[in-house]
Design a protein around this ligand. Structure first.
Ligand SMILES: *Cc1c(COP(=O)(O)O)cnc(C)c1O
Length: 433
């Protein structure tokens, strides 16, 4: 399968090139040339298949031409030793809990898959070591670091803003050691991201070491996120609730929802999608006006969605032939303030006993407000509420229990290297690695 750039100015790439490069040479995002429709027999059988079995069928449609069947199966099975259960919350609303992986957030799926696929290409080609640079405000760094931990031939550098990441998040990527190096930058998340972007463009640095990115622009991180949409459908089909399905996705960079839209294009019977936003609502503005105006992000209590210029917007436009009308036919939006998010976490907990995290709360509330008669709604619960312990405890005025996996990270010793935010210092550190 070949991959083209959304800007259409870069040459077509192989899967391997797209994964190793991340972003295309013309700064566009890679898209697969074909999106294969899956046979109706698959959708009929699906309710009797496991998460891993379903995911392998989907992975084969994306990657089967480029990765031999045994290897691909191994990658999928190693990526998913955990479940993504659909849990009933209230009326016709269900939660797809994507937080049963090692770092308790949905990004574990893409992080683990990408690590294994990139590791496969490096072994196959006998390539020199590849270095992954990732800037994080919290969740991405932990999912990528844990996904790549111990993968031979790959070294990961996680850049994070000093003092601006919660202690629970910080320990998930600073205590690992091995092939993971945490760089604590004197600056903001934007400074970290700028360092990474400048590094990718620096000729001397790229001659010294092979660099790649691991955010949701990378096809190996983003496409595997389609797996759990199919699995959610299968679980609802099993209980006879799969008709008129509405999927609601708390969105920041829009990688997660775009993977779902790919699933729909492959034949997954979904009626429509809702993109839930916090106050960073440039996508909702686009739906309402047809004009896309990126703007600087503002800080909210659902901080993994604090994105002012969602990178996967280009993929959504491409998927719908740049037609605003076509996008609006399949996707609607909404925006919630911090007060509304907090109110939703609180009232849902009191009324149903279900504890939402601030991101999932946007998804749940959107379904509560927008679901029509006869529709079944599933929102993606993108992270475990304990990852946002202080925020959630302040809202529900009760202690939140920390799962064992998180407690283990908190017992580790922090190892990080402090750096200033200037590029020259960062570059000379990497040149000496
Ligand atoms: C990353 C993240 C999101 C946003 O996902 P996108 O793919 O960037 O839209 C939502 N919730 C949580 C908890 C996240 O970590």
């Amino acid at each position: 399968m070949k991959y083209y750039s959304t800007n259409r100015l870069a040459p077509l790439a192989t899967l391997e090139e797209a994964v190793v490069k991340g972003l295309a040479g013309d700064k566009g995002l890679y898209m697969p040339e074909k999106i294969k429709a899956l046979p109706s027999s698959f959708f009929e059988k699906m309710k009797d298949m496991s998460f891993q079995e379903i995911s392998y069928v989907v992975a084969d449609a994306f990657f089967g031409e480029d990765v031999d069947a045994d290897t691909l199966k191994q990658i999928v099975y190693d990526t998913l030793p955990f479940d993504a259960p659909v849990v009933h919350v209230n009326n016709s609303i269900y939660s797809l809990e994507l937080y049963h992986g090692p770092t308790l957030a949905f990004k574990d799926v893409g992080g683990r898959f990408m690590a294994r696929l990139l590791g496969h290409f490096i072994r196959k080609q006998g390539k020199k070591e590849v270095n992954v640079l990732v800037a994080t405000s919290g969740d991405t760094g932990s999912a990528v670091a844990n996904g790549f931990l111990g993968v031979p031939g790959i070294h990961v550098y996680v850049l994070y803003p000093k003092g601006k990441v919660s202690p629970i998040q910080e320990c998930q990527f600073t205590t690992l050691g091995q092939n993971i190096t945490a760089l604590e930058i004197e600056g903001t998340f934007d400074d970290c991201q700028a360092l990474v972007k400048t590094a990718f463009m620096d000729k001397e640095l790229n001659a010294h070491m092979q660099l790649t990115s691991a955010n949701s622009i990378n096809v190996a991180r983003f496409l595997p996120q389609a797996f759990y949409y199919f699995y959610a459908y299968a679980q609802l089909a099993k209980i006879g609730k799969a008709d008129n399905l509405v999927l609601c996705v708390p969105s920041g960079n829009f990688g997660n929802i775009t993977a779902g839209l790919f699933g729909m294009r492959m034949g997954l019977p979904v009626k429509r999608f809702i993109a839930a936003n916090n106050r960073n609502d440039v996508f909702l503005q686009y739906l309402q006006t047809g004009i896309y105006t990126p703007r600087p992000s503002v800080t909210t209590i659902a901080n993994a969605m604090d994105v002012g210029d969602p990178s996967n917007f280009a993929r959504i436009l491409d998927l719908y032939g740049n037609s605003h009308e076509a996008v609006c036919e399949k996707i609607s939006g909404c925006m919630y303030t911090d007060e509304e998010i907090a109110e939703t976490v609180k009232s849902t907990f009191t009324e149903t006993g279900y504890l939402l995290d601030p991101h999932g709360a946007c998804g749940y509330r959107a379904l509560k407000e927008q679901l029509k008669e006869g529709e079944t709604g599933v929102f993606l619960e993108t992270a475990h509420p304990a990852k946002f312990k202080d925020t959630v405890e302040a809202i529900i005025e009760e202690p939140v229990e920390i799962p064992g996996k998180l407690q283990e990270f908190m017992k580790g010793t922090k190892q990080s290297i402090g750096l200033q935010k200037d590029f020259e210092g960062f570059k000379s550190f990497l040149m000496n690695c």
